[in-house]
Ligand binder design. Structure first.
Ligand code: BGP
Length: 476
């Protein structure tokens, strides 16, 4: 196929601090909310515990030991030819409790080493400021993002790292998948996005929208502050993009899908346009939701419009206005499975064309560059007798999505900045806390029963992706 990726296209990979680093209490780090999340089993969600308890297994405590091995791992990313690497900075390494006045120098020193190492390899760091974690103290003492006081604590954390890396990092993302908590009946997303378990509240949606408002204000303040610290900073909004197709062409299904998609767009509408969209006011009025806003919040939102849109894209689902009954295999309560699509072992429906569709929809909506900062196939990898991992299924998945990206660029004219497949090195699954749900080009010898020595090896997809990058997007 032809190759229309721009020369400066940012090929790379993505992870999040807590899913790779381990070292959960090293060098003065405080307890993060992910440090009290247990391992789940297949089909059994992770448990949110109040504090670390001896009898529980907490996979994020060691993760894949990136904290001690990042130099070797980054050398392998460089070997694949990565132009960029997306990771997050753990808030609890920099402000262990979240409400201290000054940062933890040892925590900053870790990220100094990591970022310098990337730059030595000519790999552009892409930094997420909040990726599903916060200091646990801000939850136990303040109630998480439901409390407006957390806005100032977050801005102080961001100011510390934006200043520290003003000459080293250009691309920033404020909140990972900020819209994920709109699945508020799925407690894990809400908890990790905001420190709040919405279902425990009398009026969960009221709490949810108050949380979101605080995060919109915080994000806008960080964007505005970042542009003062370095006017070259490019600071993005990031959403989980899961197009919800209408189940049929029945007008009721069309309307149901249009309305359900508003939950996907709400956060980027606010963060990119700098104001709330028209559809939210009647929605809130009909549900009796009243969000407390300060007089100058509208101006803050306006002053902090994001520079680009980042998305994660894994799947599509369908929406039926009159579902016969809840589809027990569907991942989210409002959605149903699409009979035209295959699914991963975890039920995530595979839809490369949906990526092209998503990119076109989003570019029409915002006319801003789009960075695909997560995409990939979670699968069980089984080494053969020689220890090799022939992950053709992953190569197939990624090839199809890269081709869809190319079509979005060449046929639809979408401005796509880059592509960073999720979990470029195997890491702890966010939703299940398992090691066996693997995404990487690099295999990590670590298993759910606690065995494995954390050694790294190259999967078949490692050489394949290296060629893709070398050929600027040709998949084979
Ligand atoms: C996204 C998260 C990531 C990542 C990914 C894959 O929602 O931003 O942190 O984990 O999903 O999910 P999982 O690890 O559950 O397979």
């Amino acid at each position: 196929m032809s190759n229309k990726f721009p020369d400066n296209f940012l090929w790379g990979g993505a992870v999040a601090a807590h899913q790779v680093e381990g070292g959960w209490n090293c060098d003065g780090k405080g307890v993060s909310i992910v440090d009290v999340l247990t391992k789940g089993e297949h089909g059994v969600p992770r448990k949110i515990t109040e504090q670390v308890q001896a009898e529980e297994t907490y996979p994020n405590h060691q993760a894949v030991d990136f904290y001690h091995r990042y130099r070797d791992d980054i050398a392998m990313f460089a070997e694949m030819g990565f132009k960029c690497f997306r990771t997050s900075i753990a808030w609890s390494r920099i402000f262990p409790n979240g409400d201290e006045a000054t940062p933890n120098e040892a925590g900053l020193a870790f990220y100094d080493g990591l970022i310098d190492c990337l730059l030595e390899h000519d790999i552009e760091p892409v930094i997420t400021l909040s990726h599903f974690e916060m200091p646990h103290h801000l939850v136990s003492e303040y109630g998480g993002w439901a409390n407006r006081a957390v806005v100032d604590h977050f801005v102080r954390f961001c100011e510390a790292v934006l200043t520290r890396y003003r000459d080293k990092v250009t691309y920033w993302i404020t909140f990972n998948e900020i819209n994920n908590q709109l699945n508020w009946d799925y407690p894990l997303f809400g908890y990790c996005n905001s420190g709040v378990v919405f279902t425990e509240h009398d009026h969960p949606e009221q709490t949810l929208y108050q949380v979101l408002h605080h995060q919109f204000v915080a994000s806008a303040k960080v964007v505005a502050l970042g542009h003062v610290i370095n006017s070259e900073f490019s600071i993005g909004s990031m959403i989980h993009m899961m197009p919800l197709y209408p189940a049929t062409c029945h007008p009721d299904d069309m309307l149901a899908s249009q309305q359900a998609m508003r939950d996907k767009y709400l956060c980027s509408d606010v963060q990119i346009r700098g104001h709330y969209p028209h559809y939210i006011w009647p929605q809130w009025a009909s549900k009796g939701i009243k969000v407390v806003m300060h007089d100058d919040d509208a101006q803050i939102l306006k002053n902090g419009q994001a520079d680009f849109l980042a998305i994660s894209y894994y799947m599509t689902n369908i929406v039926d206005a009159n579902p016969p009954e809840q589809d027990e295999n569907a991942l989210f309560s409002a959605s149903r499975l699409n009979p035209h699509l295959p699914a991963s072992d975890w039920g995530w429906q595979i839809d490369p064309k949906g990526l092209r569709y998503a990119l076109s929809e989003l570019y029409e909506r915002y006319e801003l560059p789009i960075f695909v900062v997560e995409n990939g196939l979670g699968a069980v990898d089984i080494p053969d007798q020689t220890g090799a991992i022939n992950d053709d299924y992953r190569i197939d998945y990624l090839s199809q999505h890269i081709e869809a990206l190319e079509e979005a660029i060449s046929l639809d004219g979408v401005d796509v900045m880059g592509y960073t497949p999720w979990g470029c090195i195997d890491c702890v699954s966010f939703t299940t806390g398992e090691y066996r749900k693997r995404y990487g080009f690099i295999y990590v010898d670590r298993h759910d029963d606690g065995s494995g020595d954390f050694s790294r090896s190259r999967k078949k997809s490692f050489d394949w992706y290296k060629q893709v990058i070398a050929n600027n997007g040709l998949t084979g």
